[in-house]
Design a protein around this ligand. Sequence first.
Ligand SMILES: Nc1ncnc2c1ncn2[C@@H]1O[C@H](COP(=O)(O)OP(=O)(O)OP(=O)(O)O)[C@@H](O)[C@H]1O
Length: 508
Amino acid sequence: MSTATCARFCTPLTSGPAGSTSKLTAGSVTTGSGSGNMTSSYKKKIPSNSTAAAATNDSSTTEATFTFKLGRSNARSSSNVASSESSDPLESDYSEEEEEEPEKDQEPVTNSRSSSTATTTSSSAAGHDHDVDEEEDDDDDDDEEEANGRDGDDVTHDSSESIEDDGNETDDEEDDDDSEESSSVQTAKGVRKYHLDDYQIIKTVGTGTFGRVCLCRDRISEKYCAMKILAMTEVIRLKQIEHVKNERNILREIRHPFVISLEWSTKDESNLYMIFDYVCGGELFTYLRNAGKFTSQTSNFYAAEIVSALEYLHSLQVVYRDLKPENLLINRDGHLKITDFGFAKKLRDRTWTLCGTPEYIAPEIIQSKGHNKAVDWWALGVLIYEMLVGYPPFYDEQPFGIYEKILSGKIEWERHMDPIAKDLIKKLLVNDRTKRLGNMKNGADDVKRHRWFKHLNWNDVYNKKLKPPILPDVHHDGDTKNFDDYPEKDWKPAKAVDQRDLQYFNDF
Ligand SMILES: Nc1ncnc2c1ncn2[C@@H]1O[C@H](COP(=O)(O)OP(=O)(O)OP(=O)(O)O)[C@@H](O)[C@H]1O
């Protein structure tokens, strides 16, 4: 998460000022958003001519709880906008896709891990009855677990049930080890007994909803790493137990040049820890805000690396669900690393969890129709637009306004936008997901074959043979100049959780 990103969770608006919250109700949507912190952090990062979003809270009865991140950049500049066009009305695909999608969505029931989700406690959103909820209950038990969090009757049972329902497995052997602060892991150089003391914490480089990410140094390998430290009390309080476990579990299974690598994870009585490669170039978000917008060529480079990663993730039935410039880190070599798998999920069919970042949410998520990997292709369309234009295609100061715009399908186009890129964006930002590029029968190939990518050799993309448009200004692998400074004394040790609560994380 970046300093520009508001908290991931939507807590009830009535719950107080800390909630970066947003709720949807059948028939009416009430939104609230970011804490002061998040807004001010965000303001720091955007150009002075931009307007930071500062949504205010309101409250009402809610039937659907949306879980997502709020408070992105509001770098909208209307002077850049020349004309507008519409794409398909959202409603038109509602029943149709229910018929068509199973063909594409029927993915093998696998038993490996899962991802994140957000919580949903309701059956409707954006005024549409959530008529698939009954059926989806099974599929979304993990989400229910999250929503119910610590109120579950039986911790052990809850945990295993949600994992099973997700089609995700846990590794019992490893789980046994996980209750300790050390574990043995097979590495390329043989078995290594990892221990938290192996890592010397150097500096905080990012903060998240439940904790922080620190640059640290592995005393054994002498490599720089990023340590994500999550306070268990916060994870429990925000009912994100399954999300966090899913994040770790999915990351443990995947390996791709453009996806962050998880080296090790563990916990103690207070925190969960995930150790990643340290990506010293910082967030693409920062480069984009500093540049205002990217050229078509630069955007094309990053989009290609994302397409490569999405194709890989989707081949593992993993839907990422949080694509945005804040979650794209630039490595020292100029290539991307996708980070923050807090919303990723291993799918066996569709999922109904309402989550994401407002500007990047696909219409089917807002409408609680059940969604699948098509949401990542939608988000890619939003991202390409944002890279080329400098702000996202659907923007409003209030999340609800964003959802209205997404559902309306209206996109304002810059006069001088690359017409081929525009064509791709239009094909990705199709409300009817059965007609959305990437989600049709040829899958990612349709995206890869689009004219905007015509010049690319996709093996070269994967093998990092393309010349990166930006090389971060770093002097050494542990350089932190591309990250904000965080006052280290602000960090108080997290409270230890009791044995009962610790059980929630047995398999972490
Ligand atoms: N491997 C890494 N190398 C360098 N910086 C990183 C790394 N991982 C994360 N960061 C920095 O820390 C920030 C927070 O990380 P991340 O988004 O994973 O945390 P989070 O707790 O999931 O955030 P959120 O609450 O927004 O979901 C990132 O935006 C990034 O700036």
